[in-house]
Design a protein around this ligand. Structure first.
Ligand SMILES: [Zn+2]
Length: 571
């Protein structure tokens, strides 16, 4: 709705749907839904909480330090200036409002995102706050309700913002294990990293009428594919038709639907309590002052970020199938997601590494244009992510360690990928990997592009080749948005901190795998040997760790990204 005067004195609003001029008080009484055409205006987080929670029941979580600029990001404006402006403009500390509340008399932990605050973007502080809300739900043994509104990950926090998808997902996994209901309420708009994690890996997904959700936004899809988008693309009704959400709920009915779901879960728990399921402890909190940089090991020599991006994309760079021929032996490829497709951009199967059987799953690009086209440039479809998930679970059942090789510009941003649930497919992989009961070693071999990379990279050890990159967004995409000029990609590449050395310092990556000089494509056999040694050295110590310990440590690893960067490290 477009308002005609500053908030305090506004008397009239114009509906964005039908352009009717509406008396503001009447609109408020109607929950900001146009009485003429039914358009649902966007709500800010305080208004949303007021509409959903029982009167006076909302208690905010205790204040936490949320002043962060973990990578010192500057585009036209330094990031802290953008944060200050968002705080002044919204009256909120961050893009989410979290607390405990009652809905229809049922106690819940509640996190509500606010799109006004930097587009509801998911940064370290937002990840930390939502994770803390999930942990509160676990301690209080109450359901978790998440209301999402977000453009995606916060690119000003680089790969650390990407890690928040895993941080929140491992907390949701904890609630799943404890048998506590998680519900997400999708509001308009919900995209990118939020869509591909906690918006869709909860037990029940409701979408408010008029909400849109997708992995890739319509503008990106049009740019990348040139496709004309079908009518109603990515709307709540579209998602329902394609089996991706449980229901579309008009705003007036939202409280009632949530109350009914919460009551059902409460009744189920009362019945289950007789079986006395042991309660899961929340992941241990990092000690105050825990410094992610202290976890970094042997960072390689520096190279300019943009030169590294170009090396990472070099067509001669060894692919996953090349490494399977050279660094591994006896690869037996397994195909299919068992749901209707076999994605060529993901290859996987059993192989041997130093005589030990492992499950290898990786993105496959190619060296020639024909190969690249046949492999969709290494951009996995939802079927590819589901094939990977099937192989990960198979590995856990068989007791095989998992080795993933990450090399993708990003997940497939096409129309049919959205129709088949790209966001939910990625979200499910992130969650499944966070609790997988077998060792996982991930190696970023080329491009680690955003959520598509993370869908294979929630691991016990994350390695990165010296000339690989790993980023929340492509430098070109970042430049187009923040510099309004895609030719600023080299500057964006530097600002994003996407090289192996940078990510080692930030604790996102554990070890840099050296490449032959000047780069892997000059000596593929040498590169394969270095990769083999690094994977074996990192995998061996994990083999003796009991599964429960492994999972606890892995979850702790992805838990600390929020906390470490909202405490002392980045002040
Ligand atoms: Zn209207």
């Amino acid at each position: 709705m477009t308002t005609t005067a500053p908030r305090d004195e506004q008397l009239w609003s114009r509906c964005d749907g039908c352009a009717s001029l509406l008396y503001r008080k009447r609109l408020r009484r109607n929950l900001d839904v146009c009485p003429e055409c039914g358009t649902h205006a966007r709500l800010d987080a305080p208004d949303r909480v007021a509409q959903l929670a029982d009167p006076d029941s909302f208690i905010p979580l205790p204040d936490r330090a949320v002043r962060v600029d973990p990578i010192g990001f500057v585009d036209a404006l330094p990031y802290p200036h953008r944060l200050s402006a968002a705080r002044a403009g919204t009256g909120l500390d961050e893009a989410v409002l979290c607390g405990t509340a009652r809905i229809g008399g049922q106690p819940v932990a509640l996190a509500v995102m606010d799109f006004r605050f930097l587009g509801g973007s998911l940064g370290c502080a937002v990840g930390e706050l939502i994770t803390a809300t999930a942990e509160r739900a676990l301690v209080d043994e109450v359901p978790l309700v998440l209301v999402t509104a977000s453009g995606g990950a916060r690119m000003q926090e680089g790969a650390l913002s990407l890690m928040q998808m895993a941080t929140v997902s491992q907390a949701i996994a904890g609630l799943r294990e404890a048998g506590l209901l998680t519900v997400s309420v999708i509001t308009d708009p919900t995209y990118g990293g939020v869509a591909a994690s906690f918006a869709t890996n909860t037990d029940v997904v409701l979408a408010e009428s008029g909400a849109r959700l997708g992995f890739a936004g319509p503008r990106v899809i049009r740019q990348v594919t040139g496709a004309t988008l079908p009518e109603g693309f990515q709307t709540a009704e579209f998602l329902l038709r394609h089996g991706q959400i449980d229901m579309v709920v008009p705003r007036h009915a939202l409280r009632g639907r949530l109350t009914a779901l919460l009551a059902a879960a409460q009744a189920g728990r009362r019945a289950a309590r007789r079986l006395s399921v042991p309660r899961q402890e929340p992941a241990p909190r990092p000690a105050p002052g825990a410094d992610a940089t202290a976890l970094a090991t042997a960072a390689g020599p520096e190279r300019d970020a943009w030169a590294t991006v170009r090396a990472a994309r070099h067509p001669g760079r060894p692919t996953t199938l090349d490494y399977l021929e050279t660094a591994f032996d006896g690869f037996v490829e397994l195909h299919g997601d068992r749901l209707g497709a076999d994605c060529p951009a993901i290859v996987g199967g059993v192989a041997r590494l130093d005589g030990r059987s492992v499950m290898v799953i990786g993105h496959q690009k190619g060296h020639t244009t024909a190969e690249l086209v046949a492999r969709n440039f290494g951009m996995a479809s939802p079927a590819g992510h589901r094939k990977a998930l099937r192989l990960m679970r198979l590995a856990a059942r068989l007791g095989l360690p998992v080795v993933t090789l990450v090399d993708t510009p990003g997940a497939d941003p096409g129309v049919s990928a959205e129709q088949q649930g790209q966001a939910a497919a990625i979200a499910e992989n992130i969650l499944a990997l966070s609790v997988l009961s077998t060792p996982v070693v991930a190696v970023v071999t080329g491009e680690g592009g955003s959520g598509g990379a993370l869908a294979l990279a929630v691991a016990d050890r994350v390695l990165m080749l010296e000339n690989a990159v790993y980023s929340v967004i492509s430098p070109e995409g970042c430049a187009a948005i923040l510099w309004s000029d895609s030719s600023a990609a080299p500057q964006a590449a530097r600002a994003l901190r996407l090289t192996a050395a940078d990510l080692c310092r930030l604790g996102v990556v554990d070890e840099v795998v050296p490449e032959p000089r000047p780069a892997a494509h000059d000596d593929p056999a040498g590169a394969a040997e270095l990769l083999r040694r690094a994977v074996a050295a990192n995998l061996t110590p994990l083999l003796d760790v009991p599964a429960a310990t492994l999972v606890r440590r892995r979850r702790y690893r992805f838990r600390r990204y929020g906390a470490a960067h909202t405490t002392e490290v980045c002040q």
